[in-house]
Write a protein that binds this ligand. Structure first.
Ligand code: CP
Length: 339
């Protein structure tokens, strides 16, 4: 079964074929009936604008029908943990819910964010794995604790398109950004893997205490070895930005979030002014494109004039979610490329 849990479970050739297909979809913008009579279930345990709208439309563009459910909001609250006594808010277990949905649809898309309170559950992507285990049809990860593969493919296509093809050796700075709340790492993890797979020179610029997980950095370095790219970390944001072709901003929680959340919040707040991206920061780059997965808080993560400026490609990036997810659904359903 073609589950898309993480691109790390799949080979580079599959990723590249989906990337090429996403680029093709943007050029052709074709609606088809290639997935006519197929149904897609979309289950959002957490909020979404882009993923929800673009997955629904990706299905429609291919002639499939999507049904969207939000547990706890018009749909029964769902329990993902195994072996618990269900005397809380959740009225139904994912074993039953996804067992049933699997009998209605031909694939499922599921969003389950990190808890940011249970490090083992997040490291194992436990909630998402519970859904996959309960499903008997392919499952597409719409952002789990660890990964956001739809974002990852859309971002790869955005960079390839915007920078004009081969981006090997070009410099991408994955730039930590301030935020009033601790945020999960699925997007920075996926952005790191994406840029490494493209063969870019990737620098993760972040303050001390906000490094990404060692196993994710190892996966990215493996990908960079295969592609001819490189992956380094730096707390010197000014040095990192010099000569960059892409600046990808994202807020994420520090490593202290599980054990000492108050300290992590203090650390995060202490970097608010220094690490917020401004148009002055972009001057030292090689006319870098600015990226953000959205949603973004203006004046907190980045100044509004950067988002309004001609280097910002965050709307193209969001558009590519639609094209990338059409490619993903075609792969999931084994629909061979038309055109
Ligand atoms: N980037 C992204 O996944 O956006 P949403 O959270 O709005 O789906």
């Amino acid at each position: 079964m073609n589950h898309l849990t993480s691109w790390t479970d799949l080979d580079d050739a599959t990723w590249r074929a989906c990337l090429d297909r996403a680029l093709w979809h943007r050029q052709n913008r074709a609606w088809s009936q290639s997935a006519a009579a197929k149904a897609l279930g979309l289950v959002f345990f957490n909020p979404s604008l882009r993923t929800r709208a673009s997955m629904d439309l990706a299905a429609a563009h291919l002639g499939a029908h999507a049904v969207t459910l939000t547990p706890g909001n018009g749909t029964w609250g769902l329990e993902t943990r195994d072996g618990v006594t269900m005397d809380g808010l959740a009225a139904e277990h994912v074993k039953e819910a996804f067992g049933v949905l699997s009998r209605y649809v031909d694939a499922l898309g599921v969003r389950t964010f990190a808890t940011l309170t249970d490090p083992e559950a997040d490291a194992e992507d436990r909630a998402f794995r519970a859904v996959v285990d309960a499903s008997t049809v392919p499952v597409v990860n719409l952002e789990s604790a660890r990964w956001h593969p739809c974002q990852e493919l859309g971002d790869a296509a955005t960079i390839t398109d915007h920078l004009g093809g081969d981006v090997r050796g070009k410099k991408l700075v994955l730039h930590w950004a301030p935020h009033p709340k601790p945020l999960p790492r699925a997007v920075p993890n996926s952005a790191l893997l994406m840029a490494a797979r493209l063969g870019m020179e990737v620098i993760v610029a972040r303050p001390d205490g906000f490094g990404l997980d060692a196993d994710v950095l190892d996966l990215a370095r493996d990908a960079a070895r295969r592609s001819g790219g490189s992956v380094t970390e730096s707390s010197d944001r000014v040095g990192a930005l010099s000569g960059a072709s892409v600046v990808y901003a994202k807020a994420w929680a520090g490593s202290g979030v599980y054990g000492s959340p108050d300290h992590e919040a203090q650390q995060r707040a202490s970097h608010a002014d220094t690490w917020r991206l401004s148009s002055d920061d972009l001057v030292q780059t090689d006319r870098a494109a600015f990226m953000h997965c959205l949603p973004v808080r203006r004046g907190v993560v980045v100044d509004g004039d950067v988002l309004d400026g001609d280097r910002a490609i965050h709307l193209l990036q969001a558009e590519y979610r639609l094209h990338a997810q059409k490619a993903i659904l075609e792969w999931v359903w084994g629909l061979g490329a038309e055109g």
